[in-house]
Design a protein around this ligand. Sequence first.
Ligand SMILES: Cc1cc2nc3c(=O)[nH]c(=O)nc-3n(C[C@H](O)[C@H](O)[C@H](O)COP(=O)(O)OP(=O)(O)OC[C@H]3O[C@@H](n4cnc5c(N)ncnc54)[C@H](O)[C@@H]3O)c2cc1C
Length: 450
Amino acid sequence: MEKFEIVVIGGGPAGITLAKMLGQSCKMAVIRPEDHSMIYCAMPYVIEGLVDMEKTYKSDTLVTDAGARLIRNTVTKVDFEEKTLIFIDGTRIAYEKLVIATGAVPFIPPIPGHELDGVGVFKMQDDLSWVKKIVDKGLKRAVVVGAGAIGIELAQAFSYRKVAVDLVDMGNSVLPNLVDEDMSGVLKTELEREWIKIHLNTKITELKGKDHVEEVIPDQGESIQFNTENDGALSGVVIFAAGMRPEVSLFKDSKLAIDRDGIVVNDKMETNIEDVYAVGDCVQYYSGITGKPLSGKLATNAVPMAKVLGNNLKGQERKYPGFYNGAATKVGKYFVGGTGLSEAAAKSAGINVVCGYSEVTTKFPIIPGAKKKRMKLVADKATHRIIGAQIVSEEPVVGRIDLLTFAIQKESTIEDLSMLSYASQPHQSFYPAANVVVLAAEDIRKSQGW
Ligand SMILES: Cc1cc2nc3c(=O)[nH]c(=O)nc-3n(C[C@H](O)[C@H](O)[C@H](O)COP(=O)(O)OP(=O)(O)OC[C@H]3O[C@@H](n4cnc5c(N)ncnc54)[C@H](O)[C@@H]3O)c2cc1C
């Protein structure tokens, strides 16, 4: 039986990062079954027609040129005592150190009819091929369940391709994990302007149909019906983008410690079993703000976790600081970003919060093309620490979100932010007289008398 010094189960961003860091220095294998590892974030833009499907395939050379072996197979069992893996075809390999990077899988609620044709998810290469094919064939209608970033990006892609879209969510606002309701009103309007029909506070309770899904039954309002096409083509699909679950099915009934949101690890990405580590979406980790478990199924969390582990396996002593969940998306003309805790999330974590707002333009107002930019800051009233920020703008927000994530990580206070030293230039910001972050911080200082 062949033995590797390091074996990684999973060829997503976390697995590839580890291959790049460790492939040259040891005998290493990365295992994944799918033909192509994907640039998942770009998948909605394939449906939209902006990006060719092949461009979302990551090259295998990312792994192989780094010196690691790519094993295209599915692991069906891990024997932690013998330190071996068994593949679906019965073959085995042995490891000295094992990294679990099995990711997460989209959740389909077990409602009646969930197994009908035309019901799916949007994660892997096969999902993308399926959705693209039916859209290219003239799909008429789609129901997207989940108004998070993936659901919204997919709904917009359908709409741009002239597919009638219903976007359904149990919550009372769109993008609830990114921005609070008082920031997302314009986003809902923008989605409606793009012909997306939004059903909030609505739960899908049943899917009906003979073989294909033909009718979607919500817990309130009218059912959504798909007309049957004469040529037998699917006229409607239901795509669930209603959250991810850690892919830990391989370890059911094993001694690996697993909690609600994934494999339990410490800040060095070590599991409860010696020489077994876990990184990425399959892991349960903690908010860097509250220290409590927090979902953070993002590539921007998976890759840094893998880097902490990769550096530690090279002999360093790095620690993963926790999830801050800085993230962004695009809704029509708006770029939207959020980081840390929203006001709603902070309140449900029992934090007494204060919020501040600011609105400026993206360029000097006298420069043609200046657009609105709106910000919300969320602070802990007791400590004055900034714990969350949200931006809706007509220009990209990721740079500003990263700055605010760093401020949160560094436990900056609202007073610190009000003293932020900033840059200004006619094409790139509002006048030197005001900065969007400082204004929002001053808004809190004023309301609180700080
Ligand atoms: C449509 C979409 C858009 C997204 N957009 C963004 C974005 O804009 N920004 C962002 O930060 N994140 C985004 N994400 C989330 C991001 O893609 C994930 O957080 C990231 O892929 C997690 O990486 P991972 O390596 O932990 O797991 P995955 O990428 O899920 O990889 C898991 C790997 O493990 C393999 N595996 C699982 N079980 C086995 C087994 N038994 N045997 C062998 N191999 C196995 C899988 O086949 C896969 O190769 C998006 C996700 C989707 C689906």
